[in-house]
Each structure stands twice: as structure tokens, then as C-alpha cells.
Ligand binder design. Structure first.
Ligand code: SF4
Length: 286
């Protein structure tokens, strides 16, 4: 059932791929793995001036969250230093943004180092259920993902954790993932819809639009304490010209701008959509 959206505040987040396409893991939905040779941009470190420019554009378009993403299995000393140096720069130059890191598996000690540099939240998705996970990744276990999320909570960072729908998982898998997410008490739950790339061996996303709407609602219902249900990758692909309906199914956050390896729609189109729906852009995070 749809819910009223009046007076709803929408949290906008922007993601920045600060290192792209260099991951050696084999996640079957991910074009950033070097194994599948997808036709994407690949680079080790994005230029600081480009990151700063993207951060300012995000802020100017109403984003509160700005997420620094690296394509790798997890953090190491070099990537911690890279992410930390960006966090220090952005904290000074664009203090309006709430900085999020998304850098794969992480220990408590590594997360505490990021926190010291100005990172406020950490995004690490469970992706799918524990039992389905070996079907989409064989190079690391789901338990490492769960463990990282526990570390995020221990570090006192805000936990952002969600998953991806349309990988061939069953409804039971979806429920299992949502129950696992609920046990971690994330503040924000990003929902992604698999966006097929021809280099990947997975079949294109089989989800129909009504089913996808019901998965937003299911996420809202099954992770009731989450402050935000965020529509991330695949929004344009799945919902097309019915994107404005996502908010009445429980979404109250969206990623604006481009995704990691696929384009989003122009930010001003999202801002126009919110204006037409009379939805306010959130100015602070609770
Ligand atoms: S670990 Fe992350 S970046 Fe690497 S292949 Fe998997 S999803 Fe992609």
C-alpha cells in the first residue's frame, strides 16, 4: 500500500568513484572487477581537484551526503591515506557535506583511522542473503561483509548498508537479507537494482516495475528503524518515468548524479521532480 508523502524530507546523496575498475574480486554483478573486462573507465586515484569539483557540485544541488568509493575488496594503508587525505580536504573546503566512505571490508582499527580524518559514515552493503551469496561471489564470504558492518557500529560511525535486487535471488533470499540488515540497525539502507552490463555473465535484471516498487515497501517494513531508505543504482533503469512514485512506497533518500560506472540522470531533473511533488530536501541528518 502506498503511503502519503506530504511533508516528507528527502535526503540527497552523491557518490564519487575515487578509484575505479581495479578490483580483483569476482562479484558477478560488478563491472569494476578486472575479471570481466567491462568497458568502463579504470583509474587508480581520481585527481583531487576533480573530487573537490564534484563535491561542490553535489553540495550546490542539495546533497548532504558525499560518498568516497574505492573499487577494491577492502582497505589497506595506502587507501586509508588516500581516503583520509580527501576527507581532510573536503571537511575544510566543503564543510556542508557529510562524508561517507565505501571502501570494502574494514577492521575496527582501519575504520577508526577514517573517522579521525573526518569520515562520519561507512557504507558496506550485504548485497544479498548469506545463502545466495556464493552464487554471486566466490572470492570472499558474506560473513566478512557482516563483520565489517559490525565493525562500523563498534567504531561509532553511522552504518549505511543495503543490497542489490535482481541478481536471480528468490523472495526468501530478499527477506533473509533484510532480516540480516535489520539486525545491524543501519541508519540508511541503499537499495540497488542490478544494471546489466554485457561483459557480465549474469542475466539482465528480471524484475518488473510493480515488483520493484513492492521491494522498496518490503525494505521499509523489514528495516523499520532505518532513518533512510535510499534508492541508488538502477533507479532510472527500473522505474523510468515513474520514478516519482518511489517516495510513496517508503523511499526517503536518493542518490543524485552518476553512479559508479553507469550514468544517472541530470541532477536538475531530480530537483524538478522533488519540487513537483512538493517534497523538501533534507538540510540536516538526524
Ligand atoms: S568487492 Fe566491490 S568492487 Fe570488488 S568486484 Fe565486488 S562489488 Fe565490485
Amino acid at each position: 500500500m502506498k503511503e502519503p508523502t506530504m511533508n516528507k524530507e528527502i535526503f540527497l546523496c552523491s557518490i564519487c568513484n575515487i578509484n575505479s575498475g581495479t578490483c580483483k574480486e569476482d562479484c558477478k554483478f560488478c563491472s569494476q572487477s578486472v575479471r570481466y573486462k567491462a568497458d568502463i573507465q579504470r583509474y587508480k586515484q581520481k585527481d583531487m581537484s576533480d573530487i573537490l569539483k564534484e563535491a561542490k557540485t553535489a553540495r550546490d544541488n542539495g546533497a548532504l551526503g558525499f560518498c568516497l568509493v574505492t573499487a577494491d575488496k577492502g582497505l589497506n594503508d595506502k587507501s586509508i591515506e588516500f581516503v583520509s587525505s580527501i576527507a581532510r580536504l573536503l571537511s575544510k573546503e566543503v564543510p556542508q557535506l557529510r562524508l561517507i566512505a565505501c571502501n570494502g571490508t574494514a577492521s575496527l582499527e582501519q575504520l577508526l583511522k577514517l573517522k579521525e580524518s573526518g569520515i562520519k559514515a561507512y557504507n558496506h552493503n550485504l548485497e544479498t542473503s548469506e545463502s545466495f551469496y556464493p552464487n554471486i561471489c566466490t572470492t570472499h564470504p558474506w560473513s566478512e561483509r557482516y563483520e565489517t558492518c559490525l565493525n562500523v557500529n563498534k567504531a561509532g560511525l553511522t552504518l549505511i548498508s543495503g543490497g542489490i535486487f535482481g541478481l536471480g535471488e528468490t523472495q526468501e533470499d530478499r527477506l533473509s537479507m533484510l532480516n540480516s540488515l535489520n539486525s545491524l540497525k543501519p541508519s540508511s539502507v541503499p537499495i540497488n537494482f542490478y544494471h546489466h552490463n554485457e561483459a557480465l555473465e549474469l542475466s539482465p535484471n528480471p524484475l518488473k516495475i510493480e515488483e520493484a516498487f513492492s521491494l522498496i515497501k518490503l525494505t521499509r517494513d523489514k528495516v523499520p528503524d532505518a532513518q533512510r531508505i535510499m534508492l541508488a543504482g538502477g533507479r532510472e533503469l527500473i522505474f523510468g518515468d515513474r520514478q516519482s512514485e518511489i517516495f510513496s512506497y517508503g523511499a526517503n533518500s536518493i542518490v543524485i548524479g552518476n553512479y559508479l560506472t553507469t550514468s544517472g540522470r541530470a541532477m536538475n531533473k531530480d530537483l524538478d521532480m522533488l519540487r513537483l511533488l512538493n517534497l523538501k530536501i533534507a538540510k540536516t541528518v538526524k
